[in-house]
Design a protein around this ligand. Structure first.
Ligand code: ZN
Length: 439
């Protein structure tokens, strides 16, 4: 008997035993693969010679090629007559919504959504927001003009479906948004980590303690959210702050529950593989880092099989004290395209953010630049403090930060200081890491 639950959005599905869950995922994978081969010109070519019946185990999945972002860009330029080229999986007349990727790493990918596929994404997001404690009593403020970017639209429609009251906060500046949230008594928000920090900074300048604004929960999107930054946001806002991971192409595929320890893979909406970074024919074990490869099992307008997300994550346990049985991701380390070898050492910019946010509250913003000096890689870190520091204080702080970074990353940083307010502020996609080595 199912108990009526306030805990879960879909009590049956979220607490299903692992065996049943995997059975459903594989059955749906084969069904989805058949659909993709029949309707998507991209997959008609890509999966030629392999039949859905051939895929019975996780090892069998490795017989199918990965799909990279570049494959999607090329397919978009393909023979299909519409804007979407060989990516489209339904008749063009069925497309009800246009979305696109941000294009930070090249030409954007155009993403067609049929009404049915869009509702699938919205349902996934209902799980995310419900897990984060969003309820019908919440008034959700979204402090962005969402344009064609998908995550805030998904959050908007999902919050509406849960019964929240949704307030789009696009055509206002940051001060206007803060005033609006206080005026209407907003209780929850969708935000990017960077903009969450920036809003708090602006509120303080207005003489408002961000805690007084009354936001009780914040779902973050759009950027990696290291634990230290998440905790910092929680302290500043006096709110519960939740992370998820996903992208425009596959949708959001893992998210935090109330325990706020790692992320639940949203099974059985997605079949997720976490592959060894060097050897892509092997899945990693619990506690190991790997690259997430995601198949969304139900989107027909934009079929996508084994999408290489480039997200580097640490595989966690099956199940969680919250009662959900899905596989966990214990940590999101960053993006593989941000992983760099510097002087032979593997480096991810998130490790710098972790240390700064956790241990050096004097620092507000930062920027990392890697460049070649002669034959050597040089790594520079520009730090922006909240308040201008004198020369002695700066030198002392630079020393302490440099030592901590050396311990954590095995690299030596050239540290300099910027004036308060000097470094750029980002709202949607922060770019605090620049590699100028031309690799
Ligand atoms: Zn949980």
């Amino acid at each position: 008997m199912l108990m009526k639950s306030r805990e879960y959005w879909n009590p049956w599905m979220e607490t299903l035993n692992r065996e049943r869950l995997l059975e459903i995922e594989f059955r749906n994978f084969r069904k989805y693969m058949r659909y993709a081969k029949g309707h998507s010109p991209l997959y008609r070519k890509k999966l030629d010679g392999i039949e859905p019946e051939d895929i019975q185990t996780r090892e069998d999945l490795r017989r199918l090629p990965l799909t990279d972002k570049e494959d999607l860009r090329l397919a978009q330029e393909g023979d299909g007559e519409s804007l979407y080229g060989d990516l489209l999986g339904v008749d063009l007349t069925e497309v009800s919504d246009y979305r696109q990727t941000s294009g930070t790493t090249g030409k954007p990918v155009y993403v067609p959504e049929s009404y049915e596929s869009w509702q699938w994404r919205v349902e996934v997001w209902c799980h995310i927001l419900w897990m984060a404690g969003f309820r019908e009593t919440d008034r959700v403020f979204v402090p962005f003009g969402y344009n064609v970017y998908v995550a805030f639209w998904e959050g908007h429609y999902a919050a509406e479906k849960l019964g929240c009251e949704v307030v789009p906060g696009g055509a206002l500046d940051t001060r206007g948004r803060i005033n609006k949230m206080m005026e209407i008594g907003a209780t929850a928000t969708l935000n990017t980590p960077t903009y969450g920090l920036h809003m708090a900074e602006t509120a303080k300048k207005m003489g408002v303690d961000p805690k007084e604004i009354g936001i009780r929960r914040m779902q973050c999107a759009g950027e990696p959210l290291p634990q230290a930054t998440r905790r910092l946001l929680e302290n500043i806002w006096g709110a519960e702050v939740y992370d998820h991971i996903g992208g425009t192409e596959p949708c959001a595929w893992a998210a935090m529950c109330g325990q706020r320890q790692g992320l639940h893979i949203l099974e059985p909406f997605f079949l997720v593989e976490i592959l060894d970074l060097e050897d892509q024919s092997r899945e990693v074990k619990e506690g190991e880092l790997g690259m997430a490869v995601v198949t969304p099992l139900g989107r027909h307008s934009f079929p996508l099989i084994r999408f290489n997300t480039q997200d580097v994550v640490k595989k966690g346990k099956e199940g969680c004290p919250c009662g959900r049985t899905s596989l966990m991701i214990s940590e999101v380390t960053g993006r593989a395209d941000h992983l760099r070898k510097i002087r032979g050492v593997l480096f991810t910019p998130v490790s710098v953010e972790e240390i700064l946010r956790e241990e050096f509250p004097e620092i507000n913003e930062y920027e990392i630049t890697v460049a070649k000096k002669g034959l050597m890689d040089e790594i520079s870190l520009k730090l922006e403090p909240h308040e201008k520091l004198g020369p002695t204080a700066s030198a002392g702080l630079a020393n302490r930060i440099g030592e901590r970074l050396k311990m954590k990353t095995n690299l030596r940083f050239n540290i300099e200081f910027a004036d308060p307010g000097e470094l750029p502020r980002y709202t949607l996609k922060s770019q605090r890491f620049k590699d100028l080595r031309g690799e």
